[in-house]
Each structure stands twice: as C-alpha cells, then as structure tokens.
Design a protein around this ligand. Structure first.
Ligand SMILES: NC(=O)c1ccc[n+]([C@@H]2O[C@H](COP(=O)([O-])OP(=O)(O)OC[C@H]3O[C@@H](n4cnc5c(N)ncnc54)[C@H](O)[C@@H]3O)[C@@H](O)[C@H]2O)c1
Length: 256
C-alpha cells in the first residue's frame, strides 16, 4: 500500500487486460490514475469501480493512434492534477500475418497503434517530466521481441523497436532523472488471447504453456506488480532495463 502515494499516472489501453490490472494495482498503491482507452464504456465502468473502492481514477476516451486524442489526455491530466509522474504505454493490438501476404494497411495499422503511439505520448509527456526533473516511463513490449514465432513479424518488429527506443531514451534522459524501462510479458491470459482462442482455437496457447519453464499462462496482475515496482521509488536507479514477465518462455528452446 502507498508505494505510489500522490503520484499521477497515465495508463493507455486501461479498460481491459494488462492495462486494467496496472491501473488497479497503481490505484491500490495510492496513485491517481488516468485510464485511457478506445473502449469508453468499459473504461468508464472500471474507473468508477476504482473510484468507489480504492481511490482516484479518471476515464478518458483516447485512441493512441490519434495525436489529438493523446494531447487531449495530457492536457486534461495537467489541468486536473497539475503533473504527470508515470506514463505506461500499454495499448496494443495483436495482428499476425505471413510477411509475404500481409497487406500494407495491416502493417501500418499495427505500427501506428503498437509503436508510433509511444512516440506520440512520449513527445507530449516528456517536456512536463523534464520541467520537474522526474518521471518514470514504462513501455510494454513482449517476449516476441526476443524470440521467433511464425507469422508475427510486424508485431515482433514493433515490440523490438519499443525496447530499442526505450534504451535510447534511457541513455539520453537519465541525467534529467527520467527513467525509461520496458516490461516484456510472455503469454498472459487477457481478452487479447481470449480473442485469439476464438479465432484460432486453443492450440497456440498450449504451445506457449509447454514452452514456458513454469508451464502455465501468466496473469495480468503478475505484469502489473512489475509495473508498480518500476514506477515506484523502489526503482530509483533502474533505467534502460527490460524485465521479462514470462514464466521462463524466453529461456527454453522454441519448439520442444
Ligand atoms: N496478452 C499477452 O499475452 C501479451 C504478451 C506480450 C505483450 N502483450 C502486450 O501487452 C499490452 C496489453 O495487452 P493485453 O493482452 O492486455 O490486450 P487486450 O486486448 O486484452 O487489452 C488491450 C486494451 O487496449 C485497448 N486498445 C486497443 N487499441 C487501442 C487504441 N488504439 N487506443 C487506446 N486503447 C486501445 C483495448 O480496448 C483494450 O482495453 C499490449 O501492448 C500487448 O501487445 C500482451
């Protein structure tokens, strides 16, 4: 409790899955949480639940693929709370496809939501963090950035770029006391994977379980715990790091 007391956090993709778990964990630790999502009804509902039960949360409609939406979130957050201490770039979509067949529109859409979104939000939020010489920016990558999986070229490319971009920024802005880190989840049971089960069947998830050292899927809350740590004053000297929350999916050979 209170590990984030008084800190103001923006979390994207906060209506469901990992982003929702991060928002809940941040609120439980005393943060004022600005939850952003395109799914406005669900985001409103979840923010209300947090307000009723634990603390302060706001729900702002935002498509991270649209610059004016992101700017609106930052402006409203600063107008209401006066500062931004934590930014979590979590919103993302899962779009697979063999590179030979993948339509250019799919590639562009994925890059816009999963990668350019971080450029947008960091460009708008960073000047405020620089002004107060303090901030923690957490980018959600994926274990896909580190290992091969058939037909996930674009997704893995965006996630790998997220890690590289984070390291570059950590190097440049460490002297200003702004920390940049990535979390790379393995296979986590969220609506993203539930949708894939409906489309592709359960076999792909069983493969992820078989290939993970811990032989199970992760929970969104297990990713959220790491986000709390990185956002908190318990990690004041950690920047440019990638923390894999993957149950050992990254350490075993690809196909057993
Ligand atoms: N679930 C996994 O196994 C897994 C593994 C590795 C990485 N990740 C990454 O974690 C992040 C969250 O994944 P998840 O599994 O919780 O996904 P999810 O689909 O369960 O939830 C994503 C949330 O983001 C929102 N969202 C989607 N597009 C948006 C947009 N353009 N603007 C704003 N909000 C938007 C959705 O409405 C939803 O509430 C993603 O970046 C994903 O790539 C997930």
């Amino acid at each position: 409790m209170n590990r984030l007391k008084g800190k103001v956090a923006i979390v994207t993709g906060a209506a469901d899955g990992i982003g929702l778990a991060i928002s809940q964990a941040f609120a439980n630790e005393g943060a004022l949480v600005v939850m952003c999502d395109i799914n406005v009804d669900k985001c409103d509902e979840e923010a209300k639940r947090l307000n009723d039960n634990v603390g302060t949360a706001r729900s702002y409609a935002c498509d991270v693929g649209i610059t004016k939406d992101v700017k609106n979130v930052v402006d409203r957050t600063l107008a209401e709370f006066g500062k931004i201490d934590i930014l979590v770039n979590n919103a993302g979509i899962a779009l697979s496809g063999n590179i030979v067949e993948m339509p250019e529109e799919d590639w562009d859409r994925l890059m816009n939501i999963n990668l350019k979104s971080a450029y947008r939000s960091i460009q708008i939020v960073l000047p405020h963090m620089l002004g107060k010489q303090s901030g923690s920016i957490i980018n959600i990558s994926s274990i896909q950035a580190f290992r091969s999986w058939d037909n996930w070229t674009a997704y893995a490319g965006a996630k790998g770029a997220m890690c590289s971009m984070t390291k570059q920024l950590a190097g440049q802005f460490g002297v200003e006391n702004i920390r940049f880190n990535t979390i790379s989840p393995g296979a986590i049971l969220t609506p993203m994977n539930e949708k894939r089960i409906q489309e592709e069947g359960k076999a792909f998830l069983q493969k992820s379980i078989d290939q993970a050292a811990m032989k199970r899927l992760g929970k969104p809350q297990e990713v959220a715990m790491t986000a709390v740590f990185l956002a908190s004053d318990e990690a004041p000297f950690i920047t440019g790091a990638d923390i894999k929350v993957d149950g050992g999916l990254g350490v075993l050979p690809r196909y057993l």
